[in-house]
Design a protein around this ligand. Structure first.
Ligand code: NDP
Length: 457
């Protein structure tokens, strides 16, 4: 049987772009369908514009710190619409760059929404007219989308998608949820001058992270002026549009009633593949869905031997670099004849909260559940040198979780400036199986914050 393409990719986000270019590099005839800008969530409405906004908001803190170092006349003032315009211009530049990378790689870009007609045929739906193509292999890389909690009036809230396009900075900003997105945008808006309130159904932000990280970031966010309501009974919550702004009413589990007024409410209560995979007509290709995500094996193959899926639509580890690694492993295996899988263990990640937090490997709680008393923890909390001439009392946390007599390092965690940069480096010894002794015999860089990792006692 002949096909139009060796590989057809649905979705030009991180995973789809990486896979399509790698497959084309092996000589495969590849096309990729995308109904939006090229780059996916990360580039268009996620990691990249978010990090730019984090940079923008951090200046507020630095202005304060600068006065401790003798700077005078530092008067912060911020132009929200200039920031939004510049961030969008950068997003458009990156969209263009990714299109040119596809051209260079010899991958055909087809504009439109891909959906299955049968197991080897995809229809691309576009205002310019629909088109059907056939392919020997098909890769699904359609990502995920924010899901809003089922609350009366939730339609008045926005998701992270709209955060990058708000015409004005909301003076009163309420965040629902305490995961990556909620914590990051709370910090951004606080830094830019908004009054920020975060509402959690549990007791703490950042479920799944090491407890010390969760406590330290939550404490610091409070110290920086973010109000955090814990133990919200979400079943009691309702949102109403009034002439004073958006009114959020809820009770906490102790029965106390709360009312908040907001100019914008961000729903940051998780992202799910369902809204993205529903339009694919997966049943026409016989592709299995499990728990709302595309079911794949370790080789990213679905129950159909020629249909694969990578990235957030498989709901495994939902991070850009993971989708890229999965996409490349798929292409190397299927088109490069170098079968390989990737490990979903020891994946470093960072939360661009303020202060920043980053982590690799096991949390203390996970390590104790797996190794019990064999686990030992080394930690230090200290005021970093940069704050010694300023009024800031915020502390850095560094933490190693080790196991057994030879003290194999299972986890490295940090809260503080440049955590993401530092933990990226720390991930290498963790992946290599380093021990505490390996850390100890490494000479420190002095004076630095990261040197604490090699001097912990
Ligand atoms: P997360 O899954 O990280 O967090 C969801 C938050 O919403 C949790 O605090 C959770 O509370 C809460 N929540 C869930 N359901 C409800 C509900 N019905 N009512 C009230 N609260 C609720 O989701 P995010 O939206 O923050 O981020 C989605 C994904 O995006 C992340 O998992 C991550 O993979 C990715 N991402 C990564 C970033 C990075 O690497 N820096 C940045 C941004 C996003 P509870 O703790 O009680 O469950």
């Amino acid at each position: 049987m002949t096909f139009d393409y060796d590989l057809f990719v649905i979705g030009a986000g991180s995973g789809g772009l990486a896979a399509s270019k790698r497959a084309a590099s092996y000589g495969a005839k590849v096309a990729i369908a995308e109904s939006d800008l090229v780059g996916g969530t990360c580039v268009i409405r996620g990691c990249v514009p978010k990090k730019l906004m984090v940079y923008a908001s951090q200046f507020a803190h630095w202005y304060d710190d600068a006065t401790g170092y003798g700077w005078e006349g530092v008067a912060p003032g911020h132009d929200w619409s200039k920031l939004i315009d510049r961030v969008q211009a950068e997003v458009m530049r990156l969209n263009g760059l990714h299109i040119s990378f596809l051209e260079k790689a010899g991958v055909e870009l087809i504009s439109g929404l891909g959906r299955f007609v049968d197991a080897h045929t995809v229809e691309i739906v576009s205002p310019e007219g629909n088109r059907q193509v056939t392919a020997r292999y098909i890769l699904i890389a359609v990502g995920a989308e924010a899901v809003r909690p089922d609350i009366p009036g939730i339609e008045h809230s926005i998701t992270s998608r709209e955060m990058f396009l708000l015409p004005e900075r909301p003076e009163r900003f309420v965040v629902l949820g305490g995961g990556y997105i909620g914590v990051e945008f709370a910090g951004i808006l606080k830094g830019l001058g908004s009054q920020v309130t975060q509402v959690l159904r549990g007791d703490r932000i950042l479920r799944g992270f090491d407890s010390d990280i969760r406590d330290q970031v939550q404490q610091a966010m409070g110290d920086r002026g973010i109000t955090i309501h814990t133990h919200a009974d979400m079943g009691s919550m309702a949102i109403e549009k009034t002439d004073r702004g958006l009114l959020i009413r809820f009770k906490t589990t102790d029965g106390a009633a709360h009312e908040l007024l907001a100019d914008a409410i961000l729903s940051a209560t998780g992202r799910k593949p369902k809204p993205q995979i529903e339009p694919l007509n997966l049943d026409k290709a016989g592709v299995e869905v499990m728990n709302g995500a595309i079911a794949v094996g370790i080789d990213h193959c679905t129950n159909q031997p020629h249909i694969y899926a990578v990235g957030d639509c498989t709901d495994r580890v939902n991070l850009t670099p993971v989708a890229i690694a999965e996409g490349r492993a798929f292409a190397d295996t299927v088109f490069g004849h170098q079968p390989r899988t990737i490990s979903h263990r020891n994946i470093p990640s960072a939360v661009f909260s303020q202060p920043e937090a980053a982590t690799v490997g096991m949390t203390e709680e996970e390590a104790r559940a797996a190794y019990g008393d064999r686990v030992k923890v080394y930690r230090a909390r200290f005021r970093p040198m940069i704050y010694s001439l300023t009024d800031c009392t915020e502390k850095v946390l560094v933490k190693l979780v080790v196991e057994g007599e030879n003290e194999r390092v299972l986890g490295v965690h940090m809260v503080g400036k440049d955590s993401a940069e530092i933990i990226q480096g720390m991930a290498i010894p963790v992946v290599m199986g380093a021990t505490k002794a390996d850390f100890d015999r490494t000479i420190a860089i002095h004076p630095s914050t990261a040197e604490e990792f090699v001097t912990l006692r």
